[in-house]
Design a binder for this molecule. Structure first.
Ligand SMILES: [Zn+2]
Length: 188
């Protein structure tokens, strides 16, 4: 067990270590780069949670139509493949029955990922390493505005009420402070 002084020294290191560029892996000094919060599919501004859910619903509906079309075309194998994904989706997304434990099926969860809209993406980049600095429609702020863990937490608190931040996205945002620095999240 590390002593208290040692532990607080570790925490201090964790809270001051600066942002590393996702592209070149080098530290980003103040004024030289920014944190990007973006949609994983367009790299633009994150979509509101309701729109992401709508995309998922459209995707499932399309797969159901594709399965029917495959059946009509006599492609039984293809129809089965698509139906397996849709059935996994229906099982995972079914409302929980009170008092009944849902068995966790790993293959169901893997198949569901084909449909699930991925969470918001976080990146830290040098302005010079950003492939598309002028077309930037993502949410962003300079690294100097999130120089300490306190400031990062303040940003997470500020963004939490946004329609485009889900509980999962906020959790990933907090974790990104550590992931960007190749640090594990401190244990509780
Ligand atoms: Zn860089």
């Amino acid at each position: 067990m590390p002593g208290r002084a040692e532990r607080s020294a570790t925490l201090r290191r964790m809270s001051t270590k600066c942002w590393l560029c996702t592209v070149c892996k080098q530290p980003i000094s103040a004024g030289k780069g920014y944190v990007l919060i973006m949609d994983p599919r367009t790299n633009g501004h994150p979509l509101p949670a309701s729109q992401r859910q709508q995309r998922e619903e459209e995707d499932v509906a399309q797969r159901r139509r594709d399965a029917e079309a495959a059946k009509i075309a006599g492609d039984v194998e293809r129809a089965k493949e698509i139906e397996a994904v849709v059935a996994a989706w229906d099982r995972v997304k079914a409302p929980p029955v009170p008092g009944q434990l849902m068995p966790l099926d790993v293959s169901d969860h893997l198949m569901v990922r084909l449909i699930e809209y991925p969470p918001v993406t976080f990146k830290a980049v040098h302005a010079d390493c950003d492939a598309d600095p002028d077309g930037k429609s993502a949410y962003w702020f300079g690294v100097e505005r999130a120089a300490t863990l306190d400031q990062w937490v303040a940003w997470a608190h500020h963004l939490a009420p946004k329609t485009w931040m889900t509980k999962k996205d906020i959790s990933l945002m907090l974790a990104f402070w550590y992931a960007n620095r190749d640090l594990g999240i401190p244990s509780t």
